[in-house]
Design a protein around this ligand. Structure first.
Ligand code: ARG
Length: 376
């Protein structure tokens, strides 16, 4: 038996089968207050009448946690039950969303005791798309064009920086390497608007090294909270296009990628020079040696600042604990090996030495890959 709403062709219309599948899982895994059969008839009526339905707060929270549990690229899934869910579905205006994103950062940051948090804004409805946050994370650093044609800042965000400027953003003068970009938010089909994050909502950690005093002179820093803001959350057939979520950092994300990727901060040559390494040949492993010192500095600095941070060795082991626990509960934990294995010392971590169930892109609830953007 398949039931489909008469207006199924309109984007944002819910497939009742997907709703039913999710509600069934919700009832299997939680102490749901309403009997399953009754809840299914309720939502089928609602879908028949409106093309969509409304999650209870409990269903929404469970759906968001499940989307995390299903996230094949995430090594931190052991903590999926602890996700703090902020239900802000009533917010659909850019200004209201910006205010709640700031509040999200405050509640997630807690002066360094980072808490995994998601804020869910208004869903897509039939013929009425929900709001959208155009930044890929709530906190990101700008890349400014220099007079010599280079980039100053995080090279990955050159296009977003230009977009913000086109929307009226005034970058700091003189432009710095770590200027926090404004949020770019649009409602439905409306024009995007920009919102500056208040300074005190963005905790940053100045980087220093446990042994090399000169490291602090490089004046590097990174923000404490990684908060992904461009992956729609899909639960039970409903899409929440704006649902920013954060965990806490793994040292390697900053120390082995953000600060060192050639198209990001590209700092290995700078570091190697300060370390006095022989860069005349790849075989001196100067890159590898500088990389380890960078990751050490990141760990050290977050520890000194009292900001939650994981390391790849411990987190790899915890991930395997998660996989085991899930197995005991009769569930599989599909995982994307190339995302789970850390970018340094892969073979030293236990996740390298095994494979995982293949992820199924149709799995729901899920955080969806962002839609490709127009180039400008
Ligand atoms: N790798 C991304 C970054 O460095 C963050 C991705 C999410 N990471 C996390 N620990 N939850 O900004």
């Amino acid at each position: 038996m398949t039931l489909s709403a008469p207006n199924a062709a309109i984007p944002g219309t819910v497939d009742p089968e997907q709703a039913q599948e999710f509600l069934t899982r919700f009832h299997i895994e939680t102490d749901a207050p309403t009997p399953l059969a009754r809840r299914i008839w309720q939502i089928r009526d609602e879908i028949d009448a409106t093309g969509t339905y409304t999650h209870t707060t409990e269903e929404l929270a469970f759906g968001a946690r499940l989307a995390w549990r299903n996230a094949a690229r995430c090594i931190g899934r052991l903590y999926w039950r602890s996700l703090h869910v902020r239900d802000r579905r009533e917010e659909a205006t850019p200004a209201g969303i910006a205010t709640e994103c700031v509040q999200h950062l405050r509640e997630a940051t807690r002066s360094g005791r980072i808490r995994s948090t998601i804020t869910v804004f208004a869903p897509d409805r039939p013929g009425a798309p929900g709001p959208r946050i155009h930044n890929d994370q709530l906190i990101r650093y700008a890349a400014h064009r220099t007079a010599s044609g280079g980039l100053r800042g995080d090279g990955k965000y050159a296009a977003l920086t230009e977009r913000a400027i086109a929307l009226g953003w005034q970058p700091p003068d003189p432009p710095g390497r770590f200027d926090v970009l404004p949020l770019i938010i649009s409602a439905g089909e409306g024009e995007p608007e920009i919102f500056e994050l208040p300074r005190d909502a963005v905790l940053e950690v100045p980087l220093s090294h446990p042994e090399y005093e000169w490291f602090a002179e490089l004046r590097l820093r990174w923000h404490a909270v990684p908060a992904i803001s461009n992956m729609p959350l899909e639960v039970g057939g409903i899409t929440y296009p704006a649902a920013p979520f954060n965990g806490w950092y793994l040292g390697t994300e900053i120390g082995a990628r953000n600060l060192v990727d050639a198209d990001r901060y590209d700092l290995l040559p700078v570091l190697a020079e300060r370390l006095g390494l022989d860069t005349s040949s790849e075989r001196t492993l100067w890159r590898d040696r500088a990389l380890v010192e960078m990751v050490r500095a990141v760990h050290h600095s977050f520890d000194v600042a009292g900001v939650t941070m994981a390391d790849h060795h411990s987190e790899s082991r915890r991930f395997l604990t998660h996989v085991e626990r899930e197995e005991q509960a009769g569930r599989r934990s599909p995982a994307d090996w190339s995302w789970i294995v850390p970018p340094v010392s892969g073979g030293l971590t236990p996740v390298y030495h095994r494979d995982f169930d293949e992820p199924d892109p149709a799995t729901r609830p899920a955080f969806l890959l962002p839609e490709p953007r127009p180039a400008t």
